[in-house]
Design a protein around this ligand. Structure first.
Ligand SMILES: Nc1ncnc2c1ncn2[C@@H]1O[C@H](COP(=O)(O)OP(=O)(O)OP(=O)(O)O)[C@@H](O)[C@H]1O
Length: 292
């Protein structure tokens, strides 16, 4: 049984109602204590199992800080100054460092741009995934290795046992991003945040990684928060989209509704900027744009 089928089997053995809210961000405000100003103003969204919410916006619009607040990893000078974040029904405001250690990876996990910087260059990549499994799942060294190889197969790596033994410098950017996704899902989180996770990849590899995320959501019920400055990425995978500008959500709605009938001038600008990259092929479809 592969890792993904194991995950799917474990979940189907205890089916969860799909309207169970696994992440609720309500009226989130992030404040810069040094400059005494709010830089994220009232962001709200909810994730249920298998749902994909996207955040799109230009550089500096507050996308990453929204993710970092959700993961409890804001830079020191920044604080959550308003609103609430609940993960699996639990308000994160009162979490201790030990609670966060338990939660990160096993309930909420993340992948970012530049996977190489999140992997140790002097350790075989498979061993790094196995390490997560040993720590988070308490498996033996041998069982963790087996599961890590299964996970590499689950993220569509063709020769997982060989790749397990390789180092980061031997792998392409797309392969490294797959390895990082395997590590991120190793402890069966319910929520995965993908912050510009495909930005550094060429268009074909980017599409493959988005397919992989869609496949994981389909098979395991993983809920996804996908952050990108690129509307084409959002169009390919998200059920719902929030358009951010200067720390505020200027427009939100189902992806196909926002792409077909943008209400805000800034959304229209984003769409027109992306036409040249092929967004029109999603806009031309009569079906919802996000269906893969
Ligand atoms: N460590 C920090 N200290 C102070 N201000 C910060 C810090 N990180 C971000 N900011 C401020 O918050 C704003 C939002 O940053 P954020 O990284 O969330 O933007 P973003 O939409 O993710 O952009 P990008 O796509 O470039 O990552 C920035 O314009 C910056 O002014």
């Amino acid at each position: 049984m592969t890792a993904s089928t194991q995950v799917a089997a474990a979940r189907s053995a205890s089916p969860e109602p799909s309207d169970r809210v696994v992440l609720a961000v309500r009226d989130l405000h992030v404040h810069d204590q040094v400059n005494d100003r709010d830089i994220v103003h009232g962001v709200s969204f909810e994730l249920t199992p298998g749902r994909v919410v996207g955040i799109v916006g230009e550089s500096g619009s507050g996308k990453t800080l929204t993710c970092r607040a959700t993961l409890g990893i804001l830079p020191e000078r920044l604080v959550v100054s308003g609103g609430s974040i609940e993960i699996d029904g639990r308000d994160i405001a009162g979490l201790s460092a030990a609670d966060w250690t338990r939660l990160r990876g096993s309930t909420i996990s993340a992948v970012f741009q530049d996977p190489a910087s999140y992997l140790n260059p002097s350790m075989r990549v498979g061993a790094q995934i196995a390490e997560v499994i040993k720590v988070k799942k308490g498996l033996s060294k041998r069982a963790a290795r087996r599961r890590a190889i299964d996970l590499l197969a689950a993220v569509h790596i063709r020769n997982p046992a060989l790749v397990y033994e390789q180092y980061t410098y031997e792998l392409s950017g797309g392969m490294l991003q797959r390895v990082l996704i395997a590590a991120a899902i190793a402890a069966d989180p319910t929520v995965l945040i993908a912050d510009e996770a495909t930005t550094a990849l060429d268009v074909i590899v980017q599409a493959e990684i988005l397919d992989l995320l869609a496949d994981l959501r389909e098979r395991t019920g993983l809920a996804l928060l996908v952050v990108s400055h690129d509307l084409a990425v959002i169009a390919q995978i998200c059920d719902e989209v929030l358009v951010m500008r200067h720390g505020e959500v200027v427009e939100r709605g189902s992806t196909s509704e926002v792409l077909h009938h943008p209400q805000h001038e800034y959304t229209r600008l984003l769409i027109s900027e992306h036409d040249q990259y092929g967004l029109e092929r999603y806009l031309e479809t009569t079906e919802p744009a996000h269906v893969l």
